[in-house]
Ligand binder design. Sequence first.
Ligand SMILES: Nc1ncnc2c1ncn2[C@@H]1O[C@H](COP(=O)(O)OP(=O)(O)OP(=O)(O)O)[C@@H](O)[C@H]1O
Ligand SMILES: Nc1ncnc2c1ncn2[C@@H]1O[C@H](COP(=O)(O)OP(=O)(O)OP(=O)(O)O)[C@@H](O)[C@H]1O
Ligand SMILES: [Mg+2]
Ligand SMILES: [Mg+2]
Lengths: 232, 232
Amino acid sequence: MRVMICNQKGGVGKTTTAVNLGAALARAGAGRVLLVDLDPQMHLTASLGLQSEGWDVADWLSGRAGRPLAVPDEPGLFLVPGASEAVADLPADPAAAGFDWLVIDAPPNWSDAIAGLMRGADIVLCPLEPDFLGLQGLNRLLRTMQAAGLDWGRLRLLATRVSDRLAVHREVRARLAERFGETLLPVAIRASVKLAEAPGRGRTIFTHAPASTGAADHADLARLLMQDGRRA
Amino acid sequence: MRVMICNQKGGVGKTTTAVNLGAALARAGAGRVLLVDLDPQMHLTASLGLQSEGWDVADWLSGRAGRPLAVPDEPGLFLVPGASEAVADLPADPAAAGFDWLVIDAPPNWSDAIAGLMRGADIVLCPLEPDFLGLQGLNRLLRTMQAAGLDWGRLRLLATRVSDRLAVHREVRARLAERFGETLLPVAIRASVKLAEAPGRGRTIFTHAPASTGAADHADLARLLMQDGRRA
Ligand SMILES: Nc1ncnc2c1ncn2[C@@H]1O[C@H](COP(=O)(O)OP(=O)(O)OP(=O)(O)O)[C@@H](O)[C@H]1O
Ligand SMILES: Nc1ncnc2c1ncn2[C@@H]1O[C@H](COP(=O)(O)OP(=O)(O)OP(=O)(O)O)[C@@H](O)[C@H]1O
Ligand SMILES: [Mg+2]
Ligand SMILES: [Mg+2]
């Protein structure tokens, strides 16, 4: 199963979702999980306290053999580290042999490489903050996907940094549910400072704060996508 | 005075700062203020409930004459609306005749146009969320500026979405103050849902929630930059 996490709107929780969904899938027994850091910011790699030892995402996309990094304290979770130059095109069908799940983190923009990886994905996961600028970002993503000939059939929307006591969050989530139906995932990621602390310690939410809402929400997300995957 | 708001890290509050700083400057009697939407997402334009009537930022940068839009309910505040295609280069010294302040909102990436506008700016304002990924984003921006031969002398850091009850926010702000001294502005923008609501009504924080912390913080920011400007 290939999950492409993307949204050209910045700061919506793409990296936070990639790290913690990957760990949740491996911990739920979904098999071997490969995280891929497609963002030249390399925040997915930094969040795990890792760095490339020579072989990185540019090699992986070009089909050059190499070894993903094992993520400490997360059995079954591996990483293709990021490269500081943006990867322009998608030369080959990137290798995922030996892995059951692929979770790709993208930068906050649009490119042919992103469109290509979306085309090959089983699930296109779009995190968004449920407010006005979040909706603007989503509308632009949908237009861009349409212009690139990508259908929305495998698109799944994930509300992030959610505080249900905020009227704007409740209102926007209700509007998303009305407009998108099952495309809006029934699981949301609540705002939790533990999620913002974990990358500072190079850990996933499961080793930093296993009893937090952040851990529960990402575990729920993994279970949901594992069911979704069987249906796909 | 030209203020360039940028940070290639996404979702740090660039657009939120541009709209409300611009309005605060005009309301504080700083003169005529021109907002410029350099982001192809066009969120600055959408936040004010406006849209381009033909003339946009691509025309402005190429020196083609045109009329900025007057922002309703904000006397003295005008907008150069965004263009949906990214502006690649910086052909001419963009016109600011007749305006006392220029406030430019940039997309979450790096380009020659952004580097060029930074070079011509009196203040380079970098909003950031005071947590680990926020710091990572800042380190990358500093490296990118250095590689482009841009000095940090006019750089000002603005902590955004701040909740002082969070240890990570207190710790990171203390580290920023220690490392950057006066480059870190003594004013911060506190987390406030009113700031996330305002763009949904096409209004600035001053007409949406004049008594909110969001309004007070942006007014403080404007006063501070007006003093900074005199010293510059
Ligand atoms: N549920 C959450 N609760 C609290 N903080 C969060 C949550 N999700 C993300 N954050 C914080 O919000 C900021 C943005 O998240 P993140 O960097 O994961 O977004 P992104 O979409 O990957 O950003 P970019 O567009 O720059 O790649 C980070 O500082 C992160 O720690
Ligand atoms: N101080 C604040 N309190 C609460 N919400 C905020 C605050 N500042 C910004 N936001 C919200 O956080 C999100 C990100 O802010 P904004 O879009 O202004 O950032 P940006 O840096 O311009 O993003 P991009 O990188 O996509 O251009 C928006 O949904 C906005 O409404
Ligand atoms: Mg990211
Ligand atoms: Mg913006």
